[in-house]
Design a protein around this ligand. Structure first.
Ligand SMILES: [Zn+2]
Length: 213
């Protein structure tokens, strides 16, 4: 997956409340240049989306988290991603494009944890966008899947030591764990344990870090 910058705009101020998926409702060979041209022809300044993902999986950053132009009435609070293609007529998203979409939505969810994932048609100003065949449920499921890659203790420490909120979260979490809690119980009570499980494994190092601070 390549991430390329189309407009070279600096990051904006918007903390989006939703990540919204669109399709270009055009052939799968559509490029970001085409969309930019169409949107300029409408009188917009430039391509109206936060980003565009072409069929080969290339991600083009466009407006990023700046005011959008593709989600009427919601342009100041939504982060709009457009997939090149027509998922009214195509019944699948090409695999590279799909992988890029899942990766980008995961990255954005990390950056904007409170943002929900929506389709353009949830906003009532389009009937089908991003296409009646777009596998929205599958997207939600894949984004929820946690990457099962164990982080090294160095990475964890680096992450935790540069993020005070994470410190609070980790310490509160650890202080609430009972000796009798099994890993399965922890899954039930704590949910997203992939991070926390690693944290637990490196508890001695974390304590050392706390004491030496
Ligand atoms: Zn749309």
């Amino acid at each position: 997956m390549r991430i390329l910058d189309y407009l070279n705009l600096p990051e904006g101020e918007m903390i989006p409340s939703a990540i919204v998926i669109h399709h270009s409702l055009s052939s799968s060979s559509t490029t970001v240049d085409d969309i930019d041209r169409w949107h300029r022809e409408k009188g917009w300044r430039y391509v109206g989306y936060a980003e565009v993902i072409e069929a080969d999986g290339d991600v083009w950053l466009c407006r990023k988290n700046r005011v959008q132009a593709a989600n009427y009435k919601y342009n100041t609070i939504t982060y709009n991603i457009c997939l090149c293609g027509n998922f009214d007529t195509n019944n699948y998203v090409p695999s590279e494009q799909w992988k890029s979409l899942v990766t980008r939505v995961k990255q954005l969810k990390e950056k904007y944890p409170n943002a929900v994932i929506k389709m353009h048609r949830h906003y009532g100003n389009t009937e089908n966008c991003p296409g009646k065949n777009f596998p929205f449920q599958k997207l939600l499921e894949e984004v929820k899947k946690v990457d099962k890659v164990d982080k090294s203790w160095k990475e964890i420490l680096r992450e935790v030591s540069t993020d005070p909120d994470k410190w609070v979260e980790v310490i509160e979490l650890l202080s609430n764990i009972k000796e009798s809690d099994s890993i399965l119980d922890l899954y039930d009570t704590l949910g997203d344990l992939y991070i926390h499980r690693d944290t637990l494994r490196y508890l001695p190092l974390l304590i050392e870090k706390i004491y030496n601070k």
